[in-house]
Ligand binder design. Structure first.
Ligand SMILES: [Zn+2]
Ligand SMILES: [Zn+2]
Length: 92
């Protein structure tokens, strides 16, 4: 192996190590995103406006369009709509 080749090879190894580090980092951020999502999911089981958990008699209603948020009733949904509208179905 010539010196030049050796240098090229070590450059490639350094590159690979950089990629590994980036991968580790993205894996860590994916883990924290998953944690946040789980937290968000548990919040989503409550009315997004007032935090009410709903009941057997009156279960929470999901937004009919995006099904990502829940409300105690149509009243909470109406009151929250101004806030929810920009994100409702935004990812569809
Ligand atoms: Zn509510
Ligand atoms: Zn919606």
């Amino acid at each position: 192996m010539t010196l030049q080749r050796y240098r090229d090879a070590s450059k490639v190894i350094l590159k690979a190590e950089e990629v590994n580090a980036a991968e580790e980092e993205s894996r860590a951020s994916i883990a924290s995103i998953m944690k946040e999502l789980a937290l968000l999911n548990s919040h989503l089981k409550r009315c997004v406006l007032c935090g009410g958990p709903g009941s057997a008699v009156q279960p929470l209603k999901k937004c009919a369009q995006c099904r990502r948020v829940r409300y105690c009733n149509g009243d909470c949904q109406r009151k929250h709509w101004a806030k929810h509208a920009p994100t409702c179905s935004a990812t569809h």
